[in-house]
Design a protein around this ligand. Sequence first.
Ligand code: DHB
Ligand code: FE
Length: 285
Amino acid sequence: MAKVIGGVFTSHVPAIGGAIAKGLQDDPYWKPFFDGFKPVHEWLKHNKPDYVVTFSNDHGLNFFLDKMPTFAVGAAAQYDNADEGWGLPIFNSVPGSPDFSWHIINTLVEEEFDIVTCQEMLIDHALSIPLELSWPDLKSYDFKLVPVGINTVQHPLPSPKRALALGRAVHKAIQSWDADAKVLIFGTGGLSHQLDGERAGFMNPDYDKFCLDNLPSNPDALTQHSALDIVELSGSQGIEILNWIAARGAMGDPVKEASRNYHIPISNTAAATVLMTTEHALAPA
Ligand code: DHB
Ligand code: FE
């Protein structure tokens, strides 16, 4: 059966793409953020996934405000990067796995999640940035991607409780996938940030710490707040934490926090990178 080996959780600020393109990883502004990926790189040397299942929000590339699925699952044979600029060169398509995607989709529908299935999906900065951060030297990806999209953009937003349940149902699907395969989970976005309106620039380190402290061993704690509570606590884009909550659910239990980095600010965002591992991971030698 397929096994979850770990989860990479990271912010997806587009300006990071510009910094990668310009080679600014050791620049004083960027270094504290990029250093958070050193333990992730070390771990990924020893842990090569066959599949990467990602939880992120689309920023207007696939879905716009006129048509906004609450939960969407990709079932494409390949995913093309079509980001909206900021300097990161467009990279090669990432291979998909229609078989694994449809297994996840069928399981989610059996579990009574009324999802949208997408036989085409473009990759925006919510995935391109985390992929480039995790595997900076790879020219093409040798794992297969299953992207899960969560609406964090257009109200009404799904509740944190529902996002966690979605992730747990994805975990059930992974566990029942009859393949000797290693699965890595991604959760992207956050932490606290608000890009527009009267509170533009708002961040909340106290709420971010609450999330980081509880997500590994007590993810249900994050469901005590409604989506609107989180918008208030974390900013109108801080609600991207829903992606992290779903991703944590998809890891199953128990998980171990292997590394954590929190740096404020990167652009307008309280940026964080966390690596969580499971009993199926290999430790770096
Ligand atoms: C920024 C953060 C985001 O999550 C995003 O999608 C776009 C911009 C920012 O802080 O600049
Ligand atoms: Fe975002």
